[in-house]
Design a protein around this ligand. Sequence first.
Ligand code: HEM
Length: 487
Amino acid sequence: MDKQIQKALSIDADVCQGHGKCVMNCPTLFAIDASTGKAFVKTQPANAQLAQEAEMAMHDCPERAISLTTNESRQDSVSEASRPCIDESMPQDIPRVDFDHNSREFAADPWRVYGELRASCPIAHTDAHDGFWIVSKYADVVEIAKDDATFSSLPTTVIPDTGVYNLIPLQSDPPDLQRYRMPLIRYFTPAALKKYEPEIRQFTSDCIDTFIETGQCELVTQFANPIPSMTALDFIGFDPLEWHDFANPMHLLSYSADGSPEREQALADLVQIDSRIEDAIEARFVNPQADAITELTQYEKDGVRFSSKELHGLVKMLLFGGLDTTMAAASNALLYLSENPTQRQRLIDDPGLLPSAIDEFLRYEAPVHAFSRTVTTDVSIGDQKVRAGERVYLLWASANRDPDEFENPDEVVFDRRPNRHLTFGIGAHRCLGAPLARLELKIMLEEILRRIPDFKIDAAKVKHPETVTVIWGRSTLPTSFTPGSRA
Ligand code: HEM
């Protein structure tokens, strides 16, 4: 049985203004009543494709008159994500599950869904977003991520496709991949980190100074967001004080659902970032600076320089890699520490625990839940046959909770060893920025624990993710603490 048919579509006639966008988007489901001039539901979405179209129409409706509710059995369907082969009778006879990481039901408790998938259906297929395979066990994720020949990172590694392209090297395959990674390595060496450290500490101290005397703050917008953003912008070659211009659209992209007005807005705003990148690259050709953009314009290997498109993609990737990811990681760690005062006290008493605690935070709640690959040739994953052209979703976040790899995976164990989490990926695409992210998190947590050690996040007002595109983090953390003095 296809669980998608259990979505109930309705239109609130009191709210509908007869705009007709839903009818234009999906005439199969909607029509305009000639007598009232308002839209009505012609038929309920009877398959996955129509359910998806209904969802898009709901997001697109200017008056928010459309609702797509899930009934009792749909609630079940979240847990049924783990039921193996819920549709064994389907022609392809593949283990279908109702899995949609963009749905609110999923975002409410992804860990439960992952647990069920790992236990019952570790290689599963979902019809959501035009269909894709889900891989949830550690060993399978590792095997696939290490096989770039069979599992390509082109054209994108995100499901559903956000339409953000030319992210280099993320969206590339060998041999280009190595060519693209080479010039970026220098920004994440121990020497580079040593250079950034005083600056990151200064950014952190400045941020805390803006709120320490008041006894309250919003730890995302005033702390977790600006620090990684300013750090990345600075070494890349943009003005760190303009971090809002870059971080806001990326943030909106990360936390908005596919097809929603917010997503449309984010994509429109990202065009401005593309222009900023283009302008900066052009300017550096004329007027070189001491920054990554300049170095990339000058980089040459075997007499070949990067094309303008490649330069654009490299700079764009540094921005996309460096901003929201670390922000999300910091937000998750801060929330955990606020909710677990005994654990927090351990870190205050023994700051030497911080580096391994940071890796444990990264494992426990991976700020990047998954990336996808496109299959280049027919292949078997476990006992499933996957065809060329199909997409495979590698759940780093689920692999990190796999009991076959981690003892007590649902517990935060600060001195966990070994801790081979997959939060930064694995294989040839492994995150280049991981050392920088770790350093930023260390400085951020050190300074918070030192200067506002009794911080308390108001749990009722925390904004948790409502959809998972790539990023998993909290976008609002209202916080209070005993006021202190500026540095
Ligand atoms: C906690 C923070 C971060 C997380 C969780 C994270 C996660 C990841 C993951 C999972 C990948 C692998 C992609 C794949 O296999 O397809 C990746 C790649 C990448 N990350 Fe990060 N990242 C973080 C921070 C950063 C930072 C701070 C930067 C740079 C400023 C950065 C730059 C990159 C780049 C350039 C790649 C592409 C590598 C490639 O495709 O070869 N990341 N990141």
